[in-house]
Design a protein around this ligand. Structure first.
Ligand code: NAP
Length: 438
């Protein structure tokens, strides 16, 4: 009997696993399940709307979805519509590619004030993720603090200051575009708790900040080390990358406004210690740090940055899934190289933590496909027909890959060129377009 594999999550981790299974497990039937009607996870709802080239990887995922043994089952939430035990009854193997959907907490006073919005929510909002369609971030402020110096922090800062014209080729939804355009934002502060060498952003993303139409980068040259040559523990490659970042930051330090009314400030060695305000945030309090070993150590000097919006872009977390062992220390599904036990596997961020670029997920998929090929010699479970019967009994409107392609065609048709698509941001609207399933 053919082996039946369910992959939960249709982002890069899920699709790279499906691609690898097609090679490693000939004859396997592969079902990719997602809680949204639309596939592709962070490719659709995480990669910034003005980084359309990055989103083109979805073309390869589409080819995988259209391969004979693969089916897409959207609008099915594990934990709500089906349990992990249900999946185990239907499938020989279940692979979790569920990512890390929640914001990591800063763990400082004031974090719950209005006007503090984590990057997972903010990025979801500007990417038309249905969970965040009604977030309405309070943009009625002249100053925004973005905590963190990773690529997500850069994405948030850039999207806040780009003009409508600069976004013309993006799929930024109109509700977000209009809100950003109407906002009186003048200063965005990107704040790192460690130094410029420790910053996690990559150089292409950093350089973009020097090429914006209405915003100039601001850096104090005095905080930049002369070079990364003496920095301990860096490989030659990492040293070269750090030197590139320092060169870009040095250029930023001499940038002139040239009529650009907005500023993105790059600040380093400031650890947030409190978010201040009564009902809404009015400032962030920082402690100056110095880096010892790899750690930021407080110096006892404090300062405040007044602002009306704080976006902690400090990484992501998951709370796991009922019925799947969770390692609270690492915040991942407990696994050994992707093996969870009992026919369960994990790939992507939920396997190894929220780091790496899209392609970093490919090896996870290859490894797990290899494990499944070895662990499960032949199928004993009924597969997708049994799951469909279960879902039909529970009244779930499953969306297929052709359904998604109808949503996509409607989004493309509704776009004002050169925008590639005008995204649906509400599940109800997507399902209305599709009508009842068969
Ligand atoms: P990240 O690269 O890990 O950056 C997180 C930032 O938050 C770091 O600057 C970190 O500082 C800081 N941070 C963490 N905890 C903090 C705390 N308690 N207080 C203050 N600062 C804190 O994570 P990310 O930006 O969320 O990105 C996730 C992954 O997606 C990364 O691998 C990233 O490269 C990738 N990504 C790539 C792109 C792209 O290629 N264009 C775009 C978006 C995301 P420390 O270093 O001191 O911990």
């Amino acid at each position: 009997m053919s082996r039946n594999v369910a992959i939960v999550g249709s982002g890069p981790g899920g699709f790279y696993t499906a691609e690898a299974l097609l090679k490693a497990c000939p004859g396997c039937r592969i079902d990719i399940i997602d809680r949204l009607p639309t596939p592709y996870g962070l490719i659709r709802a995480g990669v910034a709307p003005d980084h359309q080239t990055t989103k083109k990887v979805a073309r390869n995922f589409r080819a995988t979805a259209l391969s004979g043994p693969v089916a897409y089952l959207g609008n099915v939430e594990v934990g709500r519509d089906v349990s992990v035990a249900d999946l185990q009854a239907c499938y020989d193997a279940v692979v979790f590619a569920i990512g890390m959907p929640h914001d990591k907490a800063l763990g400082i006073p004031g974090e719950d004030l209005a006007g503090v919005i984590g990057s997972a929510a903010f990025v979801g909002w500007y990417n038309a993720h249905p969970d965040f369609r009604d977030l309405n971030p309070p943009l009625d402020t002249q100053a925004v603090v973005v905590v963190g110096t990773g690529n997500v922090a850069i994405d948030c800062a850039r999207v806040l200051v780009k003009t409508r014209a600069e976004m013309a080729e993006s799929d930024l939804p109109e509700y977000a575009q209009a809100a950003i355009e109407a906002a009186p934002i003048r200063d965005v502060y990107m704040v790192g708790r460690r130094g410029p060498i420790e910053a996690k952003f990559t150089n292409v993303e950093l350089r973009e900040m020097g090429e914006l139409e209405a915003a100039m980068p601001v850096v104090d040259a005095a905080v930049l080390p002369a070079s990364a040559a003496d920095y301990p523990g860096l490989s030659d490659r990492d040293r070269r990358l750090k030197e590139r970042n320092l060169a870009s930051l040095r250029e930023f330090a001499t940038a002139e406004a040239k009529g650009r009314p907005k500023r993105v400030h790059f600040l380093f060695n400031l650890a947030p210690v409190a978010i201040l305000g009564e009902a809404r945030v009015r400032a962030v309090r920082f402690e100056q740090t110095r880096v010892e070993g790899e750690r930021a150590v407080g110096t006892g000097e404090f300062s405040e940055i007044p602002c009306g919006l704080v976006i902690p872009a400090i990484g992501y977390r998951s709370s796991g899934l009922d019925g799947v062992p969770f390692d609270a220390r690492s915040g991942t599904i407990a696994n050994a190289d992707g093996r969870v036990g009992d026919g369960l596997y994990a790939v992507g961020w939920i396997k190894r933590g929220p780091t790496g670029v899209i392609a970093t997920n490919r090896p996870d998929g290859v490894a797990v496909a290899g494990h499944i090929a070895k662990d499960i010699a032949s199928g004993t479970k009924p597969g997708r027909e049994a799951l469909f019967a279960l879902l039909a009994g529970r009244g779930v409107r499953v969306t297929s890959f052709p359904d998604w392609e109808r949503i996509e065609a409607a989004e493309t048709a509704a776009a004002a060129p050169p925008a590639p698509r005008r995204k649906f941001a509400r599940i109800k609207d997507m399902l209305e377009l599709l009508g009842p399933g068969s």
